[in-house]
Design a protein around this ligand. Structure first.
Ligand SMILES: [Zn+2]
Length: 148
């Protein structure tokens, strides 16, 4: 009995940990072009959100752009007026994040209002140094070797 209760508590803690991970916006982000969900994509240095159509079928089927996770988080922090990203506040106040063309995000709030945000184009090019690119390239090569 005691053991069962402990196990339950443990799995609850683990769920909580997961919710603070990289996929905080899972189920919240939507593509304005094709209507499909945005899914998260992790690279060695960044986390992106990308339309599932563009990801699985290719850019030919959906010309949406990927968004940096940190850009979305930054904006959520400013909308919610918190010091850092707060998942609980996010769930309480934000309903959907719609990714439009021209680098536009629209945050639809539970209270019926919405907020627009334009993110910087191609921030990856500015933040990635040559060294980081090289490391990522080597890592990708390693993965390919082991994968097939
Ligand atoms: Zn799409």
């Amino acid at each position: 009995m005691f053991y069962e209760a402990q196990k339950l508590r443990k799995s609850k803690t683990e769920n909580h940990k997961k919710s603070n991970g990289d996929n905080d916006f899972k189920g919240y982000m939507k593509c304005a072009i094709c209507g499909k969900a945005y899914t998260y994509k992790k690279t060695p240095y960044n986390v992106y959100w990308m339309c599932s159509t563009a990801r699985t079928k290719g850019k030919k089927y959906c010309k949406s752009k990927q968004v940096l996770d940190s850009n979305v988080k930054e904006e959520v922090v400013s909308i919610l007026n918190t010091n850092s990203f707060n998942k609980n506040e996010f769930i309480k106040k934000i309903k959907t994040i719609v990714v439009h063309k021209s680098n536009k995000l629209v945050f639809e709030l539970i209270d019926g209002t919405s907020k627009k945000y334009l993110w910087e184009h191609d921030s990856r090019a500015n933040s990635w140094t040559e060294e980081m690119k090289e490391k990522a390239r080597i890592k990708a090569l390693d993965r390919n070797k082991g994968g097939i």
